[in-house]
Design a protein around this ligand. Structure first.
Ligand SMILES: Cc1cc2nc3c(=O)[nH]c(=O)nc-3n(C[C@H](O)[C@H](O)[C@H](O)COP(=O)(O)O)c2cc1C
Ligand SMILES: [Mn+2]
Length: 489
């Protein structure tokens, strides 16, 4: 059974001892952030979700770090192991196109299963129990400031850090939901930090070209599959809410906003409705980001609030990003597992992928492949740079499929021994993640691919590749048998 809403997930965390309630009064300015940072990096067993019951200046409780471990992330998506989600996607994708009538009939249940996940519109919704239309005021909500340097001198540096931003393509009517942080400028104005590569920005470009006001809505807190889907790097054509329906195995119920036609999840905790004027921008940031550095202030579109709706017993979820490991790392790791089968659909030679947390997802990808022809690793490197948000991968390292890329130490040893840098390195120019601060220009610079596979004659290798060291099975058995005799312990 899918979670009905965020509260149901929180209750389960609490029942399993994975949530800690804090009743002492805490300040949403920096104090919640510092507590969360310590807890999410704490020793084993102490890293829990946090429920702040008493937040200074607000009537509403705050939850943080709810997705901040593999266990909690798996619980959020109702699986024992995140790999189970990937396996389910693989199963669905691996359906060969039906040829005979019997095969077509056999496919029907699968197809019906998909249509079962389409979002459904409802007339009334918990997220509209309270409607504030006349004087919408964001200052009532416990929106946190994460890091000392966040925001402009003219504001308090508060950011909504788990927002689900809903927009619609003005040409096709297709909805999109993306997680783009929201910088609160004042009680009814915010920034809209969709990077230029993202789907929300594509919709905005179209409104700008038509010189039309763009409606949008920011929903905060819903059942966890919906919240996760806002972060998933889906193709533009895929509705995140359908994907969420697939993950939770029940359609997402949507409700129309009070002041626009945008639809939001009916079980949201908080919904901020509003619009963007085409071409209006304002300085957004700086913001202590998930790279562990501040992302620089820059011009971004401005969001004007027209109405705020929320549940009576609203719960405000938020996250703190910073130096890894933090909550977003576990969200990112879920994405690595869930999207591997999708990459494998096109790149059947890929065996596994590891995006190490230290690489904050866009800085490093370790890929193992079944190598079949000269230049195969380089084909994978270029291929991945052309695939959706994999375009941001600043370093792609490709190894043979006998390397377990989840074992970083072993992988590093193989790579460092197996590379001739001039022959095996590809450096290319292209788009970079908005958060990259090392390139000379914003969003544009160079990336590197390393072919660390065993090289062949066709690839210019004139020498034989050496064998890796392994003891013979016979001697291993002998030593096993005699181990006690040596008295080593
Ligand atoms: C906590 C968190 C915060 C994020 N903040 C932003 C952001 O401010 N801007 C942005 O463009 N992407 C941000 N992302 C990444 C996007 O949510 C992600 O790229 C998503 O796929 C975008 O959806 P879209 O493909 O529909 O545009 C964030 C992700 C997480 C997990
Ligand atoms: Mn999208």
């Amino acid at each position: 059974m899918a979670y009905k809403n965020l509260r149901e997930f929180i209750s389960l965390l609490e029942k399993k001892g994975l949530l800690k309630r804090i009743s002492a009064e805490v300040d949403p300015i920096l104090e919640i952030a510092e507590i969360t940072d310590r807890v999410c990096k704490g020793p084993d067993g102490s890293n829990k979700g946090l429920y702040f019951e008493n937040v200074k200046g607000s009537d509403y409780p705050v939850v943080t770090n709810i997705f901040g471990s593999s266990e909690r992330m798996a619980m959020a998506l109702e699986v024992n192991d995140i790999n189970d989600v990937g396996a389910k996607i693989e199963d669905m994708l691996n359906q060969a196109p039906p040829k005979t009538l019997m095969e077509k009939l056999a496919m029907l249940p699968k197809l019906l299963e998909f249509s079962k996940f389409l979002p459904r519109t409802v007339k009334s919704a918990p997220c509209q129990e309270v409607v504030e239309k006349d004087n919408p005021d964001l200052s009532k909500f416990p929106i946190i400031k994460c890091w000392p340097g966040d925001g402009q001198p003219t504001d308090e540096g508060r950011f909504i850090t788990l927002p689900m931003v809903f927009t619609r393509d003005p040409e096709t009517g297709k909805p999109n939901c993306g997680m783009y942080r929201i910088h609160v400028f004042d009680k009814n104005t915010t920034g809209m930090h969709w990077h230029i590569h993202k789907d929300g920005a594509r919709h905005y470009d179209k409104y700008k070209a038509m010189n039309k006001k763009m409606p949008a809505a920011i929903a905060v807190g819903s059942d966890p599959a919906v919240m996760y889907s806002a972060t998933a790097p889906l193709p533009e054509s895929m509705d995140e809410m359908m994907f969420a329906g697939f993950l939770r195995k029940e359609p997402v119920e949507m409700v129309k906003c009070i002041t626009s036609d945008i639809e939001v999840p009916a079980n949201s905790e908080l919904v901020i409705e509003g619009y963007l004027e085409p071409g209006e921008t304002r300085i957004e940031g700086p913001f202590g980001d998930h790279t562990g550095f501040y992302s620089a202030a820059d011009y971004y579109p401005v969001f004007h609030v027209t109405c705020i709706t929320h549940k009576k017993d609203m719960l405000y979820p938020t996250t703190l990003v910073g130096k890894p490991p933090m909550e977003d790392c576990f969200i990112g790791k879920a994405t690595e597992r869930i999207f591997l089968p999708l990459l494998q659909l096109e790149f059947t030679e890929i065996k596994d992928m590891n995006l190490p947390m230290e690489g904050v997802f866009h800085n490093c990808a370790l890929i193992s492949i079944k190598k079949s022809y000269p230049g195969h690793a380089k084909k994978i490197i270029h291929g991945l740079w052309g695939k959706g948000q994999m375009m941001f991968a600043k370093l792609i390292i490709v190894v043979n499929d006998d390397v377990d890329v989840q074992d970083i130490s072993y992988t590093a040893w193989r790579v460092l021994n197996n590379v001739d840098w001039k022959r095996d390195v590809v450096i290319a120019d292209g788009p970079l993640d908005d958060l990259d601060h090392a390139a000379s220009f914003p969003r544009y610079g160079s990336k590197m691919g390393i072919d660390a596979t065993r090289k062949t004659r066709e690839e210019g290798m004139t020498r034989d590749w050496p064998d890796e060291l392994f003891m013979s099975e016979e001697i291993k058995r002998l030593v096993d048998e005699r181990w006690k005799e040596y008295g080593i312990g």
